[in-house]
Design a protein around this ligand. Structure first.
Ligand code: GLY
Length: 407
């Protein structure tokens, strides 16, 4: 496919063609072939967070965990790809693989293995909530539902009073992490919104409302860029300061964080009905679009430009595309919804055109050229499990506008 031109503001040029069905179908077929091959390659174990020279190796062993064990924050993106593949094809092999992983997620939360993270939302929305809805037997659905509720309760233990935020990382007694939250946390809220809908307990919805309000007020800056992380005083609850962990500078705008903001504020608007969260999603979106390079796929931090280039983070592009597709669904203004749909199609077209393997067998990743953590030289210019997942989610949403979200 030929990528359509962008305006200087990163918006599709007037009259730019939208993504063709043939291109989408070919991209989906290639992605599904890679998911199938990776299942054969890794069996029931888990690939590492990122590829190494475009090949996924098993997640390395760590104290208390064998190689390929379910630990860290990214394993559910592998399950999520299998669930999407099952929904797209109806092929039982994909669902069987995803269900075996759902058993691992239940065991992880019951055994209290590696739970000191707000990413329980990412992990259990894809690892268990999918199975609670899509498993073939009532027993499997009930087991996955119970695991997801356990995970939601673990996540609630991280809710800090009086700040009204969920602490992102680490043991709650670790002073270095005390009172810190990060923009990615917006994507962890759907587990709590689901727990509220499932149990009727207001404490889950209250945590979502308060946490998202704090992020809208403090992590989103006046110029519509975002801090990666923000600290609150754990005693007084006062907002303290923004900082970065994976971005270029404390006051730069980490591309993936901005993409988490687009998608995260949009899904939390859907859950809460709060119009200020829809506004926050669009503020993140407009800033993101205004800072895209000519080929439409962001540098890893939006401080970089075509005059001052750096490695790309295609995963930020895939997350943003899903965010635009969510905006296209939830924005009540038809003109804005159509604009969001056009941006999403443009982004996905740009990813297909320049950021996917020429042939599926050329790489284990669905999506090439992402960055995990450049300041730590971790996963630079590689495939990532989340980039692959959100790229496949975007293709799924485009193929089926009625697709029932996992978030
Ligand atoms: N949620 C961590 C990251 O986006 O790298």
């Amino acid at each position: 496919m030929t990528s359509t031109p962008h305006t200087s503001a990163g918006a599709p040029a007037p009259g730019a063609s939208t993504l063709g069905a043939d291109t989408r179908t070919a991209a989906l077929d290639a992605a599904l072939a890679t998911v199938r091959r990776n299942i054969t390659l890794h069996g029931d174990l888990y690939p590492d967070d990122t590829t190494h020279a475009n090949r996924y190796e098993l997640r390395p062993a760590a104290p208390g965990f064998a190689a390929g064990a379910n630990r860290g924050w990214t394993t559910s993106f592998w399950s999520g790809q299998q669930w999407l593949a099952w929904e797209l094809t109806g092929d039982q092999d994909f669902r069987a693989a995803a269900l075996r992983h759902a058993d691992d997620f239940a065991e992880r939360v019951r055994g209290e293995h590696d739970l000191d993270t707000h990413d329980l939302g990412f992990l259990y929305s894809l690892g268990s909530l999918t199975a609670a809805r899509l498993a073939s037997t009532a027993a499997a659905r009930a087991d996955a539902r119970a695991a997801a509720l356990d995970a939601a309760d673990h996540l609630m233990r991280r809710f800090l009073e009086p700040a009204g935020v969920i602490q992102a990382w680490g043991d709650l007694s670790d002073p270095r992490q005390a009172g810190r939250t990060i923009i990615d946390s917006l994507m962890n809220m759907p587990l709590l919104s689901w727990a509220h809908a499932e149990t009727g307990e207001e404490r889950y919805a209250d945590a979502v409302r308060r946490h998202t309000t704090q992020l809208r007020e403090h992590i989103l800056r006046a110029d519509d860029s975002t801090f990666h992380t923000f600290y609150w005083d754990t005693v007084t609850g006062e907002p303290l300061r923004g900082a970065t962990e994976q971005g270029a500078f404390d006051d730069s705008c980490w591309a993936r964080g901005q993409a988490w903001g687009i998608y995260g504020f949009a899904i939390n608007h859907r859950a809460t009905g709060d119009p200020s969260l829809l506004d926050a999603a669009w503020r993140c979106a407009e800033y993101f679009l205004a800072h895209l390079p000519a080929d439409g796929v962001p540098y890893w931090d939006l401080v970089y430009t075509d005059e001052n280039p750096a490695p790309r983070d295609s995963s930020a592009g895939a997350i943003a595309a899903c965010g635009f597709l969510e905006l296209a669904r939830v924005d009540p203004d038809p003109a804005r919804a159509a604009r969001a749909q056009a941006f999403a199609e443009q982004l996905v077209g740009d990813l297909i055109a320049g950021y996917t393997p020429a042939r599926p067998e050329d790489a284990d990743a669905l999506l090439l050229h992402s960055v995990y953590d450049l300041p730590k030289n971790n996963g630079v210019d590689e495939g990532t499990l989340w980039g692959d997942y959100f790229y496949l989610e975007a293709l799924t949403r485009l193929a089926d506008p009625e697709w029932v979200t996992y978030w």
